[in-house]
Design a protein around this ligand. Structure first.
Ligand code: GAL
Length: 710
């Protein structure tokens, strides 16, 4: 007995040491996954009991469990069912559904119903509804159309959350909580009276005096000078067609991001005080691409992790462009979104993953046979703690009635995508999981991707060339990293820049910079890091002003070149840049570089009146290197080759994957996935043992293998 107690004690100490050493993340990941099921990556499905006759619930949940789903997701959007009249709460239906889930051995993710306030609430308080840039107030019947932090709305949010938390806050079947839904997808830029009330004090807190604000916003321009904060209106591009103040727009985005974060923090803090310590809290961010102003890093300390939602075939996302792209979806987006969300707290899961055809995209193609299974495998490969299908049963009414579920419209048959989910559940469930060390190969190419919302906002506010889409520019670099098989972590400026952990750091178009960041880059490079900077980086200070210096002068020494000018061209008359005897076309952006002594010239402009001017330079600095890419090519092929050269020259073992083919490693398994429209070869090691799939990957194919090579 004593030995047993000693064993338990040392085990507890070991866990404590692990938590301290790994900053909780390592321990918490398993705990969160474990709270949702027994599998390495539990898979669940959304269920809306309020959409079905009560007589169907028992059969539905039993079926869900029989198919291998380990948890369900409840409560989202159901405020009118929970509180049909003000102060009259009805939870019997939810109690019953949770009991049915539990009786079938399933866990529950409980969601706060806050994106859809009931009609009695919006009728009584229409002021909680957001107002768009044309000053049109949103109407009851939509969703995510409320002002996230409106004090009146928050009073009601508090009441419903307290009731939910008191009821389910220590329910053994409730594993965790999701706040709201895709908390940015409605009318996030809010032009309501409430926003107008809040903005001037927010500015006052930031600047302290109107004179400081006048300087920061450069209001001497166009006689914009303010005498006091009360004169400041919400900046609106619609009613300043001549050009809104860019510094005011930047601050309005920061203000909007803060308001959203505040609304989420309000819910998280309240829940945290009421629920069991075993229940976790997240929210499900969606499509960072649409609204970078949704900044999950702002809620890093409020939530246990950021989850995200994925509808790969929507047609709004970046895709490979092949003839099967609309059926295979955007693997790049799944990957980017996943690694981005994971970077916030070191862990993530896909809260919603489409199980088949959707109804709200641009085309809504049928997924290629195998695609749904591939998406689930991709979530596994990227290390997700869980994945959840949206949704279990296809709805018979409402605006998503032609959106596929796991189960077809007859309410009982497995849909085509449902069958693929079940297949993936079985396949992943059959893997033997041992603790495996991360392969050296993977460590050698770990990459940090520096990220700040302000850069995307500021460039979007003023693209300078109509074709300069800041997201596409970031995707271009991300995509090339994935083609080399890199694991990408999105870092923030105040994170440690450790070259041992991240031998490579990629910084695309990081326009808004400060001196502290530039010296942090210098230290990173001195200590052995390989820094890859691009055009538009360090053009402005934190207020979005140009430096009182030459163009980008604060980074001239770091990159080993001066950047006196940049150029832009019409798409139909592109320029040429030459790299290693090959020509590449460009038109969106070209910096003129003047290398300093010792700096290597990697690429030069091959035409225009500045023919022979450098476009890409590289230098060694301390123990590391700095590469500066001053040109944005039309195909991205030049960027690909340059990245490969930097990685290969500096000790990285890199893959050479075709466009839209991904390879990840998890728990001892390598997984390759093919989102391209062609048959490709998986990069299997010579002595590898294939577990699933073949060396030749068909479009939508997955190959899983184990290797003894490290
Ligand atoms: C998501 C949303 C879900 C559902 C789904 C349909 O973006 O979070 O509530 O509407 O789309 O595809």
């Amino acid at each position: 007995m004593r030995t047993f107690i000693k064993f338990i004690q040392s085990y507890a100490i070991l866990i404590f040491i692990c938590e301290v050493a790994f900053g909780q993340a390592h321990f918490a990941n398993e705990r969160i996954a474990g709270s949702l099921g027994k599998s390495i990556m539990p898979i669940g499905a959304y269920y809306y009991p309020e959409h079905w006759d009560e007589s169907e619930w028992a059969e539905d949940l039993e079926k869900m469990a029989d198919l291998g789903f380990e948890f369900t997701h409840l409560g989202e959007f159901a405020w009118a069912k929970m509180e049909p009249e003000e102060g009259k709460y009805e939870f019997a239906w939810l109690d019953k559904t949770i009991e049915l889930a539990a009786a079938n051995g399933m866990k529950v993710i409980m969601c706060t119903p806050t994106p859809t306030p009931p009609a009695w609430l919006t009728q009584k308080h229409p002021e909680i509804l957001a107002v768009d840039q044309n000053y049109i107030r949103q109407q009851h019947g939509g969703r995510l159309h409320v002002i996230y932090n409106h004090p009146v709305y928050l009073e009601y949010v508090e009441k419903i959350i307290v009731r939910l938390a008191e009821r389910y806050g220590d329910h053994p079947a409730v594993a965790g909580w999701q706040l709201d839904n895709e908390p940015h997808f409605g009318q996030i830029y809010d032009y309501s009276e409430q926003a107008q009330i809040e903005f001037p004090p927010w500015l006052d807190r930031k600047y302290g005096s109107i004179d400081v604000l006048n300087d920061a916003w450069g209001t001497a321009f166009w006689s914009q000078v303010y005498n006091d904060f009360s004169q400041i209106q919400l900046p609106n591009k619609v009613n300043t067609p001549q050009g809104a103040n860019p510094h005011a727009l930047l601050d309005f985005s920061r203000f909007t991001a803060d308001r959203l974060a505040e609304g989420l923090k309000f819910q998280a803090d309240m829940l945290r005080g009421l629920i069991s310590k075993d229940q976790w809290i997240t929210t499900n961010y969606a499509y960072f691409k649409f609204l970078p102003v949704t900044d999950p890093f702002r809620n890093k300390n409020d939530l246990d992790f950021a989850s995200h939602t994925m509808y790969l075939t929507s047609g709004f996302l970046n895709d490979e462009g092949g003839n099967l792209a609309s059926r295979l979806g955007s693997g790049m987006e799944l990957s980017f979104s996943n690694e981005f969300a994971k970077s916030v707290n070191g862990r993530t899961g896909i809260m919603e993953l489409q199980p088949g055809q959707i109804n709200w995209g641009t085309i809504n193609a049928q997924p290629l046979p195998g695609a749904v299974r591939m998406w689930v495998w991709h979530a596994f490969a990227l290390g997700d703690m869980f994945t959840c299908a949206y949704r279990f049963k296809q709805p018979l009414f409402g605006s998503e009635q032609t959106h596929k579920g796991i189960i077809d419209t007859d309410g009982v048959s497995l849909a085509r995508g449902g069958k693929e989910y079940v297949q993936a559940i079985k396949e992943i469930g059959a893997l033997k999981i041992n603790s495996e060390l991360e392969p050296e190969e993977l460590k050698s190419r770990k990459t940090a991707f520096l990220w700040k919302m302000d850069n995307l906002i500021d460039i979007e506010n003023h693209r300078h060339h109509e074709d300069f889409d800041p997201w596409q520019f970031n995707y271009l670099y991300y995509n090339q990293l994935k083609r080399m098989g890199c694991t990408v972590t999105f870092l923030q400026e105040d994170d440690p820049f450790n070259p041992n952990e991240y031998p490579f750091m990629v910084v695309p178009a990081y326009q808004i910079t400060n001196e502290a960041l530039i010296s942090k880059w210098e230290k990173y490079v001195e200590a052995g890091g390989n820094l890859i900077l691009t055009l538009r980086t360090a053009k402005k200070d934190d207020n979005g002003h140009l430096w009182k210096a030459h163009n980008q002068e604060p980074i001239w020494n770091l990159i080993g070149a001066r950047i006196p000018e940049f150029d832009q061209l019409p798409a139909k008359y592109p320029g040429m840049v030459s790299y290693e005897n090959e020509m590449h076309l460009w038109h969106r952006w070209g910096d003129w570089l003047e290398p300093m002594t010792g700096t290597k010239i990697w690429a030069e402009y091959a035409d225009q009146f500045y023919q022979g001017t450098s476009a890409i330079v590289h230098q060694k600095l301390g123990k590391g290197t700095v590469t500066y890419l001053g040109v944005y090519t039309d195909t991205g092929e030049l960027e690909r080759q340059v990245l490969r050269k930097v990685f290969a020259q500096n000790g990285a073992r890199i893959l050479d994957l075709p466009h839209y083919v991904f390879t990840e490693w998890r728990n001892g398994y390598w997984v390759s996935l093919n989102y391209s429209s062609n048959i490709v070869r998986a990069p299997i090691h010579p002595n590898a043992k294939i577990i699933y799939g073949k060396v030749d990957l068909v479009p939508g194919g997955v190959t899983v293998w184990k290797s003894t090579d490290n």
